[in-house]
Design a protein around this ligand. Structure first.
Ligand code: SER
Length: 312
C-alpha cells in the first residue's frame, strides 16, 4: 500500500495535492507535514498531520518511520521573488532541505517527487519552445537552487537508484490557496482584484509572456508522473511541462470579456520584471508527452471561466 508524506502541505501546491492524494489513496495514507498548522479543517482533519521542518533530518526520518512512508512529495521551498530578497535562506531551504529529503528517500527506499520550475532557466536559454535539454544558467538564487535540485535528483537516481521524479512547473494558478513570493503570482491576484474592485494594478509589463498552468492540471501531472512506469522515464532531473502561455494584457482581455467593467493598470516592479524577462515564454514538453503521456486539459479560456466561477 502507498504511504505518502507531503512536505510544505499547507502551501499553494501542497494544500490541493494533499486533498487529491487523500481522495485517491485514502486519508490515512497521506501524512501532511509543514512548519505551519493548516487552518482549513479538511486539510487538518482529513488524515494525519505532523509538524516537520525538513531542515531537521532526524525528525523527518522519525516521522517517516512512524508512518511507514514509501513516497515523498517534497514541496517545502521558497519562491523566486522572495528568494532574491533572502538568497541564503532560499539556498538553505531549497537545497539543504532537499538534500535531507533525498538522504531520507535513499535510506528508506522511497520514491521522491521534486518540483522544479521554469525558473531553472535563464537569459541564455532559448525562450520559445524551450527544449527539455538546453542551456539553463538562471540569474536568480531560486533558479540556482532549482538547477542544483534537478541535478541532485538525477545524481541520486544514477548513484543509488533512488526513484526521483520531477516537473518544471510554469506559473500555477489556483483559487484555493494563494501563492507567496513568486514572480507569476499576478495571474492569481488578478482574479480577486477583478471580482472585488474591477481593477488590477499589474507589476509586470503588459507584453510579458510567461508559461502558466491551472492547478488541477498540475496536481494531475504530479500524480500521473509518480504512477508512471519507471522503465519509461528517461529524464530523472525534471520534465518540461506545457499547458498555456499568456501576457498580462491577454489575461486582462479574457477577464474583461466576462467582467466588462474590468480594467488592468500597470506599475512595473523592476525586480520581478527582470526575473520574468529571464524566463522562457513557452516550453517544449514532448519528452513528458512521450515518456508518460502528459496532456494538459485547461487553456486560457477554460481556466478563466473556472477561476471566476469558483472565486465568486
Ligand atoms: N511560480 C514560481 C515563481 O514565480 C516559479 O516557479 O516563483
Amino acid at each position: 500500500m502507498k504511504r505518502i508524506l507531503v512536505t510544505g502541505a499547507v502551501g499553494q501546491i501542497g494544500s490541493e495535492l494533499t486533498l487529491a492524494l487523500r481522495a485517491r489513496y485514502g486519508g490515512d495514507a497521506v501524512v501532511a507535514t509543514d512548519v505551519r498548522m493548516p487552518v482549513e479543517a479538511e486539510l487538518r482533519d482529513g488524515g494525519p498531520f505532523e509538524f516537520v521542518d525538513c531542515m531537521d533530518p532526524h525528525h523527518l526520518t522519525r516521522v517517516m518511520q512512524i508512518h511507514h512512508v514509501d513516497t515523498i512529495y517534497h514541496l517545502a521551498a521558497l519562491l523566486s521573488a522572495v528568494g532574491e530578497v533572502r538568497p541564503l535562506q532560499a539556498w538553505q531551504l531549497n537545497v539543504n532541505g532537499l538534500v535531507n529529503v533525498l538522504e531520507a528517500a535513499r535510506q528508506y527506499k522511497c520514491a521522491l517527487f521534486f518540483p522544479s520550475s521554469v525558473g531553472a532557466f535563464g537569459p541564455d536559454t532559448p525562450r520559445k519552445r524551450t527544449p527539455q535539454v538546453t542551456i539553463q544558467r538562471p540569474t536568480t538564487m531560486y533558479g540556482v537552487t532549482k538547477v542544483v535540485g534537478e541535478m541532485l535528483c538525477e545524481d541520486y537516481h544514477r548513484r543509488f537508484g533512488t526513484d526521483t521524479r520531477g516537473l518544471r512547473f510554469p506559473g500555477l494558478i489556483s483559487y484555493q490557496t494563494e501563492p507567496g513570493g513568486g514572480t507569476t503570482d499576478y495571474a492569481v491576484e488578478i482574479f480577486r482584484q477583478a471580482l472585488q474592485h474591477a481593477v488590477y494594478t499589474c507589476y509586470l509589463r503588459a507584453d510579458t509572456r510567461l508559461p502558466m498552468m491551472y492547478m488541477p492540471d498540475a496536481i494531475r501531472a504530479m500524480i500521473e508522473l509518480m504512477e508512471a512506469d519507471p522503465s519509461r522515464l528517461i529524464h530523472r532531473n525534471a520534465y518540461n511541462l506545457g499547458a498555456m502561455d499568456f501576457t498580462p494584457a491577454e489575461i486582462g482581455e479574457a477577464i474583461k470579456k466576462r467582467i466588462p467593467a474590468f480594467h488592468i493598470e500597470y506599475a512595473v516592479d523592476p525586480r520581478r520584471q527582470a526575473i520574468a524577462d529571464s524566463w522562457p515564454q513557452t516550453l517544449d514538453d514532448s519528452a513528458a508527452r512521450e515518456e508518460w503521456h502528459w496532456a494538459p486539459r485547461f487553456g486560457l479560456d477554460a481556466m478563466v471561466d473556472e477561476m471566476l466561477q469558483r472565486m465568486h
